[in-house]
Design a protein around this ligand. Sequence first.
Ligand SMILES: Nc1ncnc2c1ncn2[C@@H]1O[C@H](COP(=O)(O)OP(=O)(O)OP(=O)(O)O)[C@@H](O)[C@H]1O
Length: 601
Amino acid sequence: MSNTVETSTPLTAMNPSAVEKIDFSSVLLDLLRRKNPNAPADLLGLAAQLAKASERGDVCVDIPAQTDLAAWLASGLVGEAGDFMPLIASHQRLYLARYHAYESRLALQLRAMALDAPPAPDEARLAAHLQTFFAGSHENPDWQKIAVTAALHQRLSIVSGGPGTGKTTTLIKLLTLLQISSDRVLNIALAAPTGKAAMRMQAAISQGKQDLAAKGLLSAELAAQIPDQATTLHRLLGSQFNSVQFRHHAARPLVLDVLVLDEASMIDLALMSKLVDALPPHARLILLGDKDQLASVEAGAVMGDLCAESGFSPDFAAKLSRLTGQVVEPSFSASALGEHVLTLHKSYRFSGAIGALAKAINGGDLRTISTLLQAAASPVNSDAPLLWYASNPAASGQDLTAPLLAGYAAFFAAVAANAAPSEVFKAFDAFRVLSPVRQGAASVSRVNHLIEAQLVKQGLRMNDQVWYAGRPVLVPQNLYDLALYNGDIGLTLMDDAGKLWVHFPDSNGGTRKVAPARLPSVETAFAMTVHKSQGSEFAHVLLLLPSPSDGSVSALSRELVYTAITRARQQVSLWGEESIITSASRKGITRQSGLALRLLA
Ligand SMILES: Nc1ncnc2c1ncn2[C@@H]1O[C@H](COP(=O)(O)OP(=O)(O)OP(=O)(O)O)[C@@H](O)[C@H]1O
């Protein structure tokens, strides 16, 4: 739940962004002062910082060493673990009570899952299966093979890898081998944080199954036992209207044997805690994600915290070596989950400039960034995977308008031709403009404005008309009654009777439509923030970065640029000065959280 209180003032279509925000820190201070008018001033000061920090995604703040903790505990506002107080002091950190509860409970549960190994598979049979499933592999070490082998021995596995490192490929082999070694058909559920990510997961799994079947490694019977359908985590857990509680929880767990969660980096602390709560005692949990991506929008950095330490113990490394026939070196991990973090290192998708730039940004390798950008400034042709425009995008709307319109040309053509909604979606997903910020010179709102102004000029939209055929919209919050979730994208299309409908992709590969009047608070989405683009993928991404003098430059970080670039399947057009890109790659985001500490062995 966000700490920003959003009132449900009715919003008109004419004023879609009129969401009133209430300052969480003054709400919290008010509550503390009412409970104790003589609250210590330093406590109130840190509580205000905590409220602000939690809006930025931090779970806690450090308590200064010289603090008189006894006075805080006596104030009736701060408690220790297990106390019923608004604030909790734990491990020299101050928490909002509910975040402390989520964090400490999640850590305990994950530690218990790590210790609770399922019965070990028969070694001789498993070694033979692994040989068959990885027969064509020339990699050494083959990280996918090691990940599958390790995960078969675990109740909790965290598979982390960049784009195209084979997370889905690894998952399908793992699920197939789990199914083969089970004496009954396993109940497997596939989930992702957003509808878009669930659909991508579904498509990738279905492709992966076909690839494995084509190699003769997946019989029709086994293929039928691996689900084709993926769902959103909210739907799986059973979101309820007007409630932050799900239908499934510890007392009413999900009915499943294996839960696979894709795009795990998007899951915040509260949601991860609720998910683990809802697992039945025997179930396996497999998390897939990329630890280098931006952390969740809401508080926490769960994927990063879980992956903070990794390494196999000497015994487990020896077992993995025996089973895989590869050299698996043991290495010390300070985390209780160290053996459960299975990292895939080799990308099979990005061999060219996009992958190289993503890696250089991640590693803060400024020299490689510069070399790649120079090459991308004068590409061999306009189809090159990386194009770089060093000019400041804020300076000229004119410069920017042409590539924006060119990028969406196929989409506008599909809208004008009244193509089937699924075809229009395909055209729309071929290109997307991403920006780190909502407002300002290089922002989402500026791009949306530039495009909408052009549509007026071209007679495709009447001035000030909110709804028009071709308007893409983004749902900014969960709308449970419409089964629409924060981040869902819809496309406005006209039916044969001249009526406008907003179409959303459904889980069967088709679309469903909603009347615009039911969607008062949606936002135009020709451009979207990098945060909202997580879990999506586009053939061509145009990333707009602010200029050095722009205040919004502080929003930039290594994770943000990495996440944006890796949304592209084929091409990235990068707009921004070199100094902006290199300074972003020097700045990593650190979120304050005690989870990694609680997971120390
Ligand atoms: N070991 C491998 N050898 C050859 N090709 C592979 C291997 N593993 C994966 N691939 C190919 O690389 C591509 C990406 O694989 P996959 O979809 O499994 O990766 P991913 O990590 O799930 O990607 P995403 O970034 O979409 O999450 C696919 O075309 C897949 O067939």
